[in-house]
Write a new protein. Structure first.
Length: 240
């Protein structure tokens, strides 16, 4: 779901019943909304999640009927979307509350302004089932050592910790003022200057990240690893 208000485009992940998880339809919808925002001349793109969670990661509904090849393709398409968002020649703002997990945390990390709502939690559990997704972008934000610790542990961190390590750029109870400030800054300079600044201050190895992800999903047993991880996570939630 997307809305354009002057130079500001808001894209809302709108599957709250699935925790706004990234399935093929959601990814295609975000791509289409980005196309529309760029075509309309948006200068600032805001990403939000409907309901209590920003995005809980890869949508695993229908996993039993999904082939290993299709699962791998879905994950690769998410990385391509993340690379597009990270490279956009306009200012991007993510407003995240609730659970911000897996590919959802990578989506948050791909944006310029990363506003965490109080009580939000962040985790990168992909390595738990063998995925190497978005690691270069994460390391660019928080540093190599911190990125390794986050990825190896797979545990969630709260909003205050996310701010302290550079994953979040602000922690607020209400994001309206922070979004307005980011949008004002985005329109203070002309579009060409913003695009040039983004191009010169962006440090990313898109080809390397995509290659690392492709190798990780190409390892035999991807679907089995995902199923085992999901079963383990469900059991842990049940014990909690």
């Amino acid at each position: 779901m997307s809305r354009l208000d002057g130079a500001i485009a808001t894209i809302t992940l709108a599957r709250p019943e699935r925790g706004n998880a990234l399935g093929p339809g959601m990814v295609a919808g975000i791509e289409a909304a980005l196309d529309a925002a760029e075509a309309a001349g948006a200068r600032c793109i805001v990403l939000r999640g409907e309901g209590r969670n920003f995005c809980t990661g890869l949508d695993l509904s229908g996993l039993a009927e999904t082939s290993e090849g299709d699962l791998a393709l879905r994950i690769l398409r998410i990385e391509i979307l993340l690379q597009r968002i990270h490279a956009l020649p306009v200012t991007t703002v993510a407003v995240a509350g609730g659970r911000v997990f897996g590919a959802g945390a990578d989506l948050f990390a791909a944006c310029d302004h990363r506003i965490a709502l109080e009580g939000a939690s962040f985790a990168f559990p992909g390595p738990g089932f063998g995925l190497v997704l978005g690691t270069g972008r994460l390391a660019g934000l928080v540093g190599d050592g911190t990125a390794r610790r986050l990825l190896l542990a797979g545990a969630s961190v709260g909003a205050a910790r996310a701010l302290a390590i550079g994953l979040a750029t602000a922690v607020v109870a209400d994001a309206a003022e922070a979004v307005a400030a980011a949008a004002e800054a985005a329109t203070r300079l002309d579009a060409a200057t913003v695009a040039a600044l983004h191009a010169r201050t962006r440090r990313a190895d898109d080809a390397g990240d995509l290659a690392a992800l492709a190798r990780s999903v190409a390892r035999p047993g991807l679907k089995a690893r995902v199923e085992a991880y999901r079963a383990q996570a469900t059991a842990q939630r049940g014990r909690g």
